[in-house]
Design a protein around this ligand. Structure first.
Ligand code: NAD
Length: 351
């Protein structure tokens, strides 16, 4: 196994692993460990080149630093990518080699699930390193993060409601959810319990039909959901849905959902602001999952009550983001970055 360092300005450590025996070609980026060890998922993707993979791992690890700083997980930002096709390249040998690669960083980087990597893969990785999180609850780990992400989103929506109407009540609002999978589906059910009017939208018609039957939600086609008048539009499917084409169509007062990278480009936060639409930065409102995982690393180990207490802080974090946005007259994505940088700066001064 050959591990080589790649020098990248602004990153603490970026390493490449090439292992002829297993076929592993992977990169790990540790962006910043000011607040703690760098935690971030492991992604497997058939990148066209190493440059493309490097671009991805740098961007994602940096994002994790800010996400964790705002969420106060006590962690830094990192990410791992395996350059391979998940449909054909998965093998025990490959994941054991990946485990050794993760272990070589001696806990400066801690891994978790990400795109195309599941618990079964991480269980193999864990045979070679203890720096793995998000495994099964029965193994003392924090388990499936989705319900916690959904809970965090619900709490975040209360802060959005308060910013809109001065009350954190969700009962009188209409929320349109795009994508009712693991997180969006759970969020829809929780909102219904709050008395919120919920309209669901998903390309999976069977899923929509099931939810409608069980909970009586209204539903809208994916083609039409953006035009529907509502208070909050909650993107809970995929990224890049907020862009030049969709922003003029939005008929809501706020955009707040769990999907990662909702804005196609950072400038789209300003475009939302220009339209008077409040945007809850995705990585602030969807931090419930990572907060839950981080609890696993506390000295006492995983504790669900502690996790819930920490997830509840998403409310205050979003309120702070909205306050900074108003105070400094900047869009909320920049305000979230400012909050993260303030926290990083304060930690650097005391260390
Ligand atoms: P999921 O795969 O369980 O659900 C996604 C749902 O979106 C599916 O039902 C799918 O059919 C639907 N969908 C896909 N494209 C669509 C489209 N164009 N229009 C309407 N529906 C569409 O995924 P999930 O775990 O619920 O995650 C949803 C989003 O939240 C993703 O962007 C994910 O990265 C992000 N996220 C998830 C977590 C977590 O804990 N699961 C944490 C942070 C962020």
């Amino acid at each position: 196994m050959e591990i080589t360092e790649i020098q990248v300005d602004g990153y603490e450590k970026v390493v490449r692993c090439q292992d002829r025996e297993s076929g592993l070609h992977a990169l790990i980026a540790i962006h910043d460990t000011t607040l703690g060890p760098a935690l971030g998922g492991m992604r497997m993707w058939p990148y066209a080149s190493e440059d493309e993979a490097l671009f991805d791992v740098l961007r994602l690890s940096r994002g994790m630093t800010f996400k964790s700083a705002v969420a106060e997980t006590g962690l830094g930002g990192g990410k791992a990518v395996i350059l391979a096709d998940p449909k054909t390249a998965k093998s025990r040998k490959l994941f054991l080699a990946m485990g050794r690669f993760v272990n070589s960083l001696q806990g400066k980087y801690i891994t978790a699930e990400d795109m195309n990597i599941g618990i079964a893969d991480l269980e193999i990785v864990q045979e070679e390193t203890r720096f793995v999180t998000g495994l099964k609850r029965s193994q003392g780990s924090s388990g499936n993060p989705s319900p916690y992400t959904a809970e965090g989103c619900l709490i975040g929506l209360r802060a959005v409601a308060e910013a809109l109407d001065g009350s954190s009540q969700l009962a009188d609002l209409h929320v349109v959810i795009q994508g009712v999978g693991a997180v969006g589906g759970a969020l829809a059910v929780m909102l219904k319990e709050e008395g919120t009017r919920v309209t669901v939208c998903d390309i999976n018609e069977k899923r929509v039909a099931e939810l409608q039957k069980e909970y009586g939600f209204e539903a809208v086609d994916d083609d039409e959901h953006l035009d529907l008048e509502c208070d909050i539009y909650a993107p809970c499917a995929r990224g890049a849905g907020i862009n030049d084409e969709t922003i003029p169509r939005l008929n809501c007062r706020a955009v707040a959902g769990c999907a990662n990278n909702q804005l196609l480009e950072a400038q789209h936060a300003e475009a939302l602001r220009q339209r008077g639409i409040l945007y809850a930065p995705d990585y602030v409102i969807n931090a419930g999952g990572i907060i839950n995982v981080a609890v696993e690393l506390l000295p006492g180990g995983y504790d669900e009550e502690e996790s819930r207490r920490r997830i509840a802080r998403i409310y205050d974090n979003l309120k702070k983001v909205f306050e900074i946005s108003r105070r400094d007259d900047i869009p909320t994505n920049k305000a979230a970055l400012r909050l993260a940088e303030d926290r990083l700066g304060a930690a650097r001064q005391t260390s």
